[in-house]
Design a protein. Sequence first.
Length: 210
Amino acid sequence: MRNINLELENFSYYEPTQARAKLTFKRILKTSMQIIEKEGIDALNTNRVADDCNINISTLYHYFSNKDTIVYALHKTWFDSVAAVAEKHRAGFKAGLSRKKFYRDLIVDILNVDGFNPKAAVALEQATKVRTELAEYDRLITEASISGYVEDLQMFGATDRSDFLILPAAHILTTVWGAISIASSYPKDEYLQVAEYSAEMIAAVIKRAV
């Protein structure tokens, strides 16, 4: 997930530093996420968000120029959080660590990312994928994720060139997303079981790759 620029100029937004403005910014994002999660992407529009936040539409436009910019900001916030979780686990990796344990713990932490429960993450991912305007961002996210999982395979001993590891890395990405999707229908106290099953599948993928 490193060294890939996910900043898209077409979707730049204003992220304030002053306390009061930061509260408004966060309220806009939180309200937008609630709409997407409960009603879907089609229910999201700038007028609706401004009304639900009890702010003037011009105030909203001070931060975000349109609906897609809000979706981009939300997804980027989620992805940055997940990437930070992944990097933390990679930094703590030690030789001999069980592949299954590594991914079980990683997936559990992804499922518990602050502000984005699995149901919200799935709704946000779906919203991103159906917006044609965000296709380039979606491509970059996929590329960044696969790049990170290629690093994992090499960390666990894979010796093939990076291009040969793209397919197993894509399988890992699919399995992680499967865990998030499944967890979105389960209570929080069952996240560990979901992570266990998914980590077992990933361990099998790594075994074949190394």
